[in-house]
Design a protein around this ligand. Structure first.
Ligand SMILES: O=C(O)C(=O)C[C@H](O)[C@H](O)COP(=O)(O)O
Length: 206
């Protein structure tokens, strides 16, 4: 099954404390969101991926903020099941393709989408979704660029996700709202599970 079709929302998580990784992943899975993107923006990120991969087998754990060939190799090494990048350089896309993992290269323009389509790629991250034009922009891409589907991410919340999910060229959306920093800091995993459950219910609602 495509990465875009497993769950309506992909939580984008920033791990500051390694100890939060496993209980956080369990809460997201329990709420109904098994696809989890750990951003490589913090020191414990790769260790967090490794732990989640080992201890939460129901999670489909991947890395985000993948910017370099080194990030790709380190992600594979940590046990990531997919890769997400904010943008797409030829060297990075080559490395992501060579990894053999599913991946969502970041795009924000029609030309970027077309460059990836020339490589046979049909699933991408639209980033930064709201800032780059949001719903009307994605709607405008659907006509001239059929066959490409997106995971818009950046500025999307529970309230705005349904409109994105209703677009024919959107498979799922990504966002950080599922794992608020204060909930992680205080160990409020029940709140994270509740946020995940609300988001997981969007597929039926949309
Ligand atoms: O660094 C990356 O590659 C990312 O994944 C960036 C995230 O997609 C955004 O930071 C989403 O953040 P929100 O707008 O809070 O939902």
């Amino acid at each position: 099954m495509s990465l875009l079709d497993i769950a309506p929302v992909v939580p984008v998580v920033v791990i500051d404390d390694l100890e939060t990784a496993v209980p956080m992943a369990r809460a997201l899975v329990a709420g109904g969101l098994p696809v989890i993107e750990v951003t490589l923006r913090t020191a414990p990120a790769l260790k967090a991926v490794k732990r989640i991969a080992a201890e939460v087998p129901e999670a489909v754990i991947g890395t985000g903020t993948v910017r370099t060939v080194g990030d790709v190799l380190a992600s594979v090494d940590a046990g990531a099941k997919f890769l997400v990048s904010p943008g797409s350089t030829p060297a990075l896309v080559n490395a992501m393709q060579a990894s053999g993992l599913p991946f969502l290269p970041g795009v924000a323009t029609a030309s970027e989408v077309m460059a990836l389509a020339e490589r046979g790629l049909t699933e991408m991250k639209f980033f930064p979704a709201e800032a780059a034009g949001g719903l009307p922009y994605l709607k405008s891409l659907a006509g001239p660029l059929p066959g490409v589907r997106f995971c818009p991410t950046g500025g999307i919340k529970l309230a705005t996700a349904p409109d994105y999910l209703a677009l024919p060229n959107v498979g799922c959306v990504g966002g950080t709202w599922l794992t608020p920093a204060d909930a992680l800091a205080t160990g409020d995993y029940a709140r994270i599970e509740k946020l995940a459950a609300e988001a997981a219910a969007l597929r039926q609602a949309s």
